[in-house]
Design a protein around this ligand. Structure first.
Ligand code: LER
Ligand code: MN
Length: 268
């Protein structure tokens, strides 16, 4: 398993992204700390210099594990289930541009908060219908660019749908595309899963990406989350992707990144 760290140019102080600032600088910093990969959180691919990012990664000897798209929702209100059809099409275009970037970087693209909320659509069946329609179009682009989309199971306080591994697996079975996998996050699993190790172990073939933070969303080792159990379940199902550190940058971003790496190296 590769160890990755979240990097972002600009986000709210409490957003759980660790290294912040210019992407080229944070990529170099991640490599200097000892990470294998970076997870880039981007609001709009049109605003980033993909070639500069790719050269920085090659020079520093790190890969891009994943692209987080939640900032498109948080900053620009872009969602795949927006009530306005033109806005849904904008969201599909935005995801298509993330997928193109994912193809260039050879990484997974996260579908988390950008799916939208049932409460904003009004009805679960209508939400699923719109989400399926948008997702089907995204999966055509994903197939074209050889990219896997990973659907994050997010806790109930941040998302009113797809909170658990089982719920995501049932949806993925309905969609029936090998380009759609589950993205698990230890912080969310700590709230939502009844048996974390067993539920991860039951998701063989479904898990496409993993976020790690401790129970208090500080870096692994600062709380009471049982990382040994999750990592053992991931090994059991042959997970070969990244463990990406998505946590608060406390006491400082650098200390959180170093603390997480040292803890996770021992844990894996
Ligand atoms: C949201 O809490 C989360 O876990 C992120 O991965 C979404 O950006
Ligand atoms: Mn997450």
């Amino acid at each position: 398993m590769k160890l990755a760290i979240t990097v972002v140019k600009d986000a709210a102080p409490l957003a759980p992204f660790v290294l912040r600032g210019d992407y080229v600088d944070t990529i170099r910093e991640a490599a200097a700390i000892g990470y294998d990969a970076v997870e880039l959180h981007i609001a709009d691919p049109a605003e980033v210099d993909a070639d500069a990012i790719l050269s920085a990664c090659r020079e520093a000897g790190v890969s891009v594990s994943s692209i987080g798209t939640g900032l498109a929702f948080l900053r620009d209100g872009v969602t795949l289930t927006h009530p306005d059809e033109a806005k849904r099409q904008d969201a599909q275009q935005r995801i298509a541009s993330f997928i193109k970037l994912g193809g260039k970087f050879g990484c997974v693209v996260i579908i988390g908060l950008i799916k939208g909320q049932v409460r904003d659509v009004g009805d679960r069946a209508l939400f699923e219908e719109r989400f399926r329609h948008s997702l089907d179009l995204c999966l055509v682009a994903a197939e074209k660019h050889g990219v896997t989309l990973v659907m994050e199971a997010v806790n109930r306080y941040e998302s009113d749908i797809f909170n658990t591994i089982a719920e995501c697996m049932a949806f993925i079975d309905k969609v029936g595309s090998g380009r759609l996998k589950i993205h698990i996050d230890t912080f969310h699993m700590n709230t939502e899963e009844d048996r974390i190790g067993a539920n991860v172990a039951a998701a063989a073939g479904y898990v496409g990406h993993v976020h790690v933070a401790d129970s208090n969303r500080r870096f692994p080792g600062c709380g009471h989350y049982d990382f040994a159990e999750t990592i053992s379940a991931l090994k059991q199902i042959g997970y070969r992707g990244a463990l990406s550190v998505e946590c608060h940058g406390l006491p400082t971003p650098r200390a959180a990144a170093e603390g997480a790496l040292s803890f996770l190296r021992k844990a894996i």
